[in-house]
Ligand binder design. Structure first.
Ligand SMILES: Nc1ncnc2c1ncn2[C@@H]1O[C@H](COP(=O)(O)OP(=O)(O)OP(=O)(O)O)[C@@H](O)[C@H]1O
Length: 437
């Protein structure tokens, strides 16, 4: 077991605070379980030190899935009141899905927590994920690794949520047992969520199976993933060109990159071109890399994208299949085809539809006529419904069409940040929120 990486709760809290120069207000996400309660106490003690420029607030999500959850949230509220920590309870309202409840609860939790962060003036969020959670995450991902084993880097120490707030995990090298000792010494109790011992959940089965097994990643998988991301970012900076806002070409020089760097770059660009949330499978990437290595012209579809090899260049674009028309209601936004965020501030509903017949191709001496036609079949065209006079009119200036990257925009682990930034630059989109520093 690699114990050198493990640390005590109070040291981890201090380390986080001293790593930040700018005064930061943290929102501690506290469920009332031992890990997040330990985080709350350790951070509270550290920020209460003389001269500390940072401060904390806290929030608890009442998922309203178990009868006890409201009382548990109130227990956290009382603890925070006794410590003078501003605290909010945010409740997951409305109907709950009958399947996929864990994933839906997680989505709702982050949404509600980020709203609480805004209300409490917090500029970063902290969660109590531990070394035990990290071990379980890696074990679960290893069991189903199909995407180039990227998941083996585990949870990131920092993840950008919805492009709006960084979620920091300062306890990733702290063991749960150390947190419980720390709380017991402080005379502070915690809630035991019954689902944490329910073997119905894969995570629980792994926990029960591993007992005292190693709990920190034994290798530097996260560091290697960051290096891969940086190398891919520099490849994109050197070799990638965006055409007509949607088609990316990589110049011949890209083929001189290390194979794993070219592979990661292509996997990521294909995911972005296809508007997908997950990268292609390792099997699909093996096939694509064989095609690239063959040096002959060819084409392959994967993850909703078409990759075309022509002369020495590599072209990556959305495939034409399943690019579906959609309506955008008045005064609303829509993620269209996973690739564009389309905002309609007008009072009229409009229709988004690729229309090759009306598409005016850009002048190009590098793209073939077939590619220009292809662009017309994947580019959003907007048509207003109201009144025949408006039909087919170009969108008013106020309608905005912004490239979207579902792979990065919802949860962006810090080790993927270099490549995400390079792609945002390539598409001319606003930079991601910088890490707290
Ligand atoms: N009900 C809640 N209210 C506030 N924070 C919570 C709540 N549930 C979980 N958290 C936060 O998330 C951390 C991890 O909790 P848990 O392991 O149950 O969630 P997870 O779903 O596995 O994690 P993730 O949110 O990354 O998917 C907790 O330490 C805590 O900081």
């Amino acid at each position: 077991m690699n114990t050198s990486l493990l640390t005590l709760p109070q040291d981890a809290a201090r380390r986080l605070l001293t790593s930040l120069r700018k005064p930061t207000r943290f929102l501690a996400a506290v469920s009332g379980g031992s890990d997040s309660t330990g985080l709350l106490i350790a951070l509270h003690r550290a920020v209460s030190q003389h001269d500390c420029p940072h401060s904390i607030a806290a929030a608890t999500v009442d998922h309203a899935l178990r009868p006890e959850s409201t009382a548990e949230a109130r227990t956290v509220a009382s603890l925070c009141a006794s410590l003078d920590i501003p605290h909010r309870i945010v409740t997951w309202q409305g109907d709950k899905p009958s399947t996929g409840i864990s994933a839906a609860a997680r989505q709702a939790r982050y949404r509600l927590l980020s709203t609480a962060a805004d209300e409490l003036g917090a500029t970063a969020m902290v969660t109590g994920h531990t070394a035990d959670d990290q071990y379980e995450t890696i074990a679960m991902r290893a069991a189903r690794a199909t995407q180039d084993n990227l998941g083996l880097s585990g949870m990131a120490a920092a993840t950008l949520y919805d492009r709006r707030i960084w979620v920091l995990r300062p306890f990733l090298a702290v063991r749960r047992a150390a947190i419980r000792d720390y709380l017991s010494e402080a005379g502070i109790g915690w809630v035991d969520d019954p689902s944490n011992v329910d073997p119905h959940y894969e995570r629980v089965r792994i926990r029960l199976g591993h007992g005292a097994r190693p709990s920190t990643p034994e290798n530097n998988a996260a560091e290697r993933r960051r290096e891969l991301s940086s190398a891919a970012a520099s490849l994109v900076g050197r070799c990638a060109t965006l055409h007509a806002g949607c088609l990316v070409s990589l110049s011949a020089d890209a083929r001189n990159a290390a194979p794993q760097v070219l592979r990661h770059t292509l996997a990521t660009l294909a995911t972005i071109a296809g508007g997908r949330t997950y990268r292609p499978s390792a099997a699909a990437m093996d096939q694509l890399m064989q095609l690239v290595a063959s040096g002959s012209p060819g084409r392959m579809t994967l993850s909703g994208a078409l990759v075309q090899l022509r002369r020495d260049d590599i072209y990556i674009m959305r495939e034409v299949r399943d690019v579906l028309p959609r309506d955008v209601a008045a005064q609303s936004s829509l993620l269209w085809d996973g690739r564009y965020l389309i905002t309609n501030p007008s009072d009229d509903r409009f229709h988004v539809h690729p229309d090759a017949a009306t598409f005016a191709p850009p002048a190009s001496d590098t793209l073939s006529p077939a590619m220009l036609r292809h662009i017309g079949r994947i580019t959003p065209e907007i048509r207003f419904h109201s009144g025949s006079a408006d039909k087919g009119a170009p969108p008013p200036d106020t309608v905005s069409i912004t490239p979207a990257f579902p792979l990065f925009d919802h949860f962006l682990p810090d080790f993927d940040l270099p490549l995400a930034e390079a792609i945002a630059r390539l598409f001319g989109r606003k930079a991601y929120l910088p890490l707290p520093a």
